[in-house]
Write a protein that binds this ligand. Sequence first.
Ligand SMILES: [Zn+2]
Ligand SMILES: [Zn+2]
Length: 302
Amino acid sequence: MLDFSITILGNGSAVPTAWQNPSAQMLHYNQHRFLIDCGEGTQMQMIKYQVSYRNLSHIFISHLHGDHYFGLIGLISTLHLFGREKPLHVYGPQPLEQILLMQLKASDTRLKFPLLFHPMPASGIIYEDGDLEVTCFPLNHRIPTWGFLFREKPKERNLRKDFVAKYHPGVAQMHQIKQGADFVLPDGTALPNRDITKTPPKPRCYAFCSDTAYDEKLIPYLRGVDLLYHEATFDDAMADKAAEKYHSTARQAAQLAARAKVDKLLLGHFSARFSTPDHLLKEAREVFPHTFLSVQGDTYAL
Ligand SMILES: [Zn+2]
Ligand SMILES: [Zn+2]
């Protein structure tokens, strides 16, 4: 199975503290590297946790609150200084393009690599290759904010080795069988596809939701995902504040995970006021036991 995992680079909210950085995570899919958000200090976190950006080709910025993108110009500058030539794709809210161009112009920086900006549509597929598809969808926050779904494409069926050894199908036949065709013997007997193939692993899906108020409109996007990263800025005692600030409590993240029937919930975007988020885990697990606290530097495989 191809490597499909995320490394948490920052899981803090709003302001950096000695123990947590603002939002950023690196998604690994096979040899690809996708950065999701790029809060201040993200490149320092990459150095600290030895997360290479050599294969980084696409960056997705959820929204324009500083704790989600203030590290972007610094990272772009470093890639330039290291002589990058490969294109870098940045997906984000429309104003981000002007912000980046203004910063580059003010420092008279002419990038050595193409910086390709893609304004985020309201929702829909924003990236696709042979194995993976990335979809954005609207979250419920004070300014336009997007969540992301990274979904593996369904794989072809696998041929059973004993079938191939016995019947020696041709290349074209093998291709058809992988798509679901039966195999027809010279005497007209058909070997059903289910008997000569194995079902491929179920496509995996990762969902990123930060920042957002509790909103059941997200459920259709999140239904059945393998891993949901969801913000848990506040605890039960601060539920009113969460609503006022368009953020979620840990319990609300768990309620959403339960209603969307996700497999596993990973909490993050912890308020800087908590020196430890342990009580958030307790509150969330009362609703959705398969909940975990994200830890900076840790990698979570799907
Ligand atoms: Zn935030
Ligand atoms: Zn925000």
